[in-house]
Design a protein around this ligand. Structure first.
Ligand code: MG
Length: 157
């Protein structure tokens, strides 16, 4: 289990569970106005307990870090990842790995949140010199989208 490692790695990259909860709230609140932040946070914690999710989170953050640290073997390719090149979509594909666990609502929410980029997702998307969040923004979007799906289904797992 890499739950604590995931929470810490997200924090190290500037993402708090509350930030992801705000994105999930943005997605789910129109359908359930009385949803509390605590319920949303509890949902996100359950999602982060899944090994498949942990693997996606840690893979994404490792790749972003390696890119920042100039450790890719192919430097031209590294630049394409760093710049989040328009034709580079593997960051999204990795994030689908999370959405796929939570079904069609997670997938459609992911596409929506990736377009609107609320809260922390917008912050992660702003280019910062020497900083790579190419993978992380999609992972955060996928967790928020999955939380909204999980809440919609109203089930524990
Ligand atoms: Mg991305």
């Amino acid at each position: 289990m890499f739950y604590d490692e995931c929470v810490q790695a997200l924090l190290d990259r500037g993402v708090k569970i509350e930030d992801i909860a705000n994105c999930a709230e943005f997605l789910h609140k129109p359908y359930q106005n009385d949803i509390t932040k605590e319920e949303i946070i509890a949902n996100i914690q359950e999602i982060l307990k899944k090994r498949e999710v942990q693997n996606a989170v840690l893979t994404a953050i490792e790749l972003d870090r390696l890119c920042e640290e100039d450790k890719f073997h192919n430097k031209e390719f590294q630049k394409a990842v760093l710049d989040d090149d328009g034709l580079y979509g593997i960051d999204e594909v990795l994030a689908y790995g999370i959405c796929n666990i939570y079904g069609s609502i997670a997938l459609t929410n992911f596409g929506y949140i990736d377009k609107v980029k609320p809260g922390i997702i917008g912050v992660l998307n702003e280019p910062q010199k020497g900083c790579c969040n190419t993978f992380l923004d999609d992972i955060v979007g996928a967790i928020a989208a999955s939380a909204a799906s999980r809440l919609a289904h109203g089930k524990k797992d």
